[in-house]
Design a protein around this ligand. Structure first.
Ligand SMILES: C[S@@+](CC[C@H](N)C(=O)[O-])C[C@H]1O[C@@H](n2cnc3c(N)ncnc32)[C@H](O)[C@@H]1O
Length: 276
């Protein structure tokens, strides 16, 4: 994909998140999904007291706040996002933690904004799959890390009807079925970047000791519905469709699931980490 195309896609994504800050925050206050994901990722990356972390794609601060608590007053977290509205919400949500700083910036171009080789860890909580130029982003992360520093990221894989299928990480998920029924589906993870290429990209950049796995979030249909009602999330689900229409498609997907007797689904997040 040509660079210009990347820039166009990034502008669309940024606009989607600018439109999402309120519903994103409402969802997070109710369900704590992103906080949960951030804590899981932190545990995988051994985040502990006193560490310095760069939280790229920090959004309205759910991950940054969770990280700030984990690193404590002697640690530091720098949250970076390119959506002004998400950052504004992050600043409003800031709970007096003096160890957190927020910066407006693009994940692929942080030169002069964030100190090089200053971080023990660079994390992408629910953001790497939104960045089309993955290699540029992870090269930036490599530059920000101290030697032996750890990069960690998670990405949305899909939503599954049964726990077993979720564990197998097949692509055969609810949305594939929805597509068969005539509903278009191209989640961010499959349209913007291919998570399957992450190990090769990381290896090329020079990351070592790569580890990977999955995180599974059990969701009631209500949570699933609210998640995919966030403008930026529904845009990943039903791209190139006006928002009102996306909500209608989501409603029919949820009611079909209810008709099938489904009450709980499993949202699967893949993760990968590597050392500098
Ligand atoms: C799904 S949200 C996750 C936010 C946060 N990490 C959390 O756990 O709540 C993804 C965020 O990544 C940001 N983002 C996407 N692409 C970006 C880029 N190229 N540079 C900076 N931020 C980006 C979006 O603006 C959005 O706020």
């Amino acid at each position: 994909m040509a660079i210009d195309n990347h820039e166009v896609i990034k502008k669309i994504i940024c606009a989607n998140f600018d439109d999402s800050s309120e519903s994103y925050d409402r969802f997070e206050a109710r369900y704590g999904l992103f906080r949960y994901l951030a804590r899981e990722l932190s545990s995988i990356c051994n985040v502990s007291k006193g560490m310095s972390i760069c939280d790229i794609g920090c959004g309205s601060g759910a991950s940054t706040t969770a990280l700030g608590e984990l690193v404590g007053e002697h640690g530091k977290v720098v949250g970076v996002d390119f959506s002004r509205e998400m950052l504004k919400a992050a600043e409003e949500n800031a709970r007096g933690g003096g160890n957190i700083e927020y910066l407006l910036g693009d994940a692929c171009d942080l030169e002069g904004k964030v100190e090089e080789e200053a971080f023990d860890s660079v994390l992408y909580n629910a953001s790497i799959f939104l960045i089309p130029d993955t290699k540029a982003a992870l090269t930036t992360a490599h530059g920000l890390l101290e030697k032996e520093g750890i990069v960690g990221m998670n990405y949305q894989n899909g939503v599954f009807k049964d726990r077993e299928a979720a564990g197998e990480m097949t692509w055969d998920d609810i949305f594939t079925e929805a597509k068969k029924a005539g509903i278009e589906y191209a989640p961010y993870g499959r349209s913007l970047m291919n998570p399957g290429q992450l190990p090769e990209i990381m290896d090329d950049i020079g990351f070592k000791d790569l580890r990977s796995g999955i995180m599974v979030r059990e969701m009631q249909l209500e949570e699933m519905k609210e998640f995919y009602s966030i403008p930026a999330q529904s845009a990943g689900l039903y791209p190139k469709t006006p928002y009102e229409e996306r909500l209608e498609l989501l409603d029919s997907l949820i009611s079909d699931l209810r008709k099938d007797g489904v009450t709980t689904v499993y949202q699967v997040w893949g993760w990968i980490s590597g050392l500098k």
